[in-house]
Design a protein around this ligand. Structure first.
Ligand SMILES: *Cc1c(COP(=O)(O)O)cnc(C)c1O
Length: 204
């Protein structure tokens, strides 16, 4: 690598803070002044805004996308002895969530677009398969038409790992609205517009 190669920060949180300082501090002050940190109006606003933005009927604000995936699996009663089909090309959280609830991840290879190959899913389905967890890698949505058809045919849940999918659409439908339950992430590296971090909390 050239000595003169510029150092590129993937996330420059200092710069982001300076850019958004006024709005962020306004949020912090408002919340701290109220003296409540759990189940506040801000969380309710956040959830309602995400529902409005994505067109999803329900939204639950959690601490991370990883917990979103784990709670999706738990709430669908997926655990020991069950199998969940997912992509080998993802952040570790997809497979980790499946392993954490006691289930077995079954990896189905990706296509050239780096999303799970929907044509290889069917032959990986067994009598233990409970769900398919497609990962919308870098925000490009998987072939949800085919995946939904397969899920319906075999009576499986679809849990979308939409951690990188905020703002992505497939046939005019927002990521995360195809499956039974889906998880988004607001980690600073994700395709979650930075202004949304405070905007979703603040605005009614
Ligand atoms: C980031 C990411 C997650 C986990 O989200 P966190 O909010 O960081 O817990 C899960 N899956 C994928 C594909 C991700 O990129």
């Amino acid at each position: 690598m050239s000595k003169n190669f510029p150092k590129i920060e993937l996330i420059d949180l200092k710069k982001r803070y300076l850019d958004e300082k006024n709005n962020l501090l306004k949020c912090f002050k408002k919340v701290l002044k109220n003296g409540t940190l759990v189940l506040t109006d801000e969380v309710k606003n956040f959830e309602e805004n995400i529902c409005n933005y994505t067109g999803s009927k329900y939204c639950l604000g959690l601490n991370s996308g990883t917990d979103g995936l784990m709670m999706a699996l738990w709430s669908l009663n997926i655990g020991r002895g069950d199998e969940v089909i997912t992509s080998p090309l993802s952040f570790i959280a997809s497979v980790a969530a499946i392993v954490h609830v006691g289930a077995k991840p079954v990896l189905v290879d990706v296509k050239n677009d780096l999303n799970i190959d929907e044509n290889l899913i069917e032959k990986s389905i067994s009598s233990r398969t409970k769900a398919i967890m497609p990962v919308h890698w870098t925000g490009k949505i998987c072939n949800m038409k085919k995946i939904s058809q397969i899920a319906k045919k075999y009576n499986l849940h679809v849990i979308e790992d939409a951690a990188q999918g905020m703002g992505s659409y497939y046939n005019n439908k927002h990521a995360g609205t195809f499956g039974t339950i889906s998880a988004f992430s607001a980690h600073p590296l994700k395709k979650f517009k930075r202004s949304w971090r405070w905007w979703f909390y603040y605005y009614k």
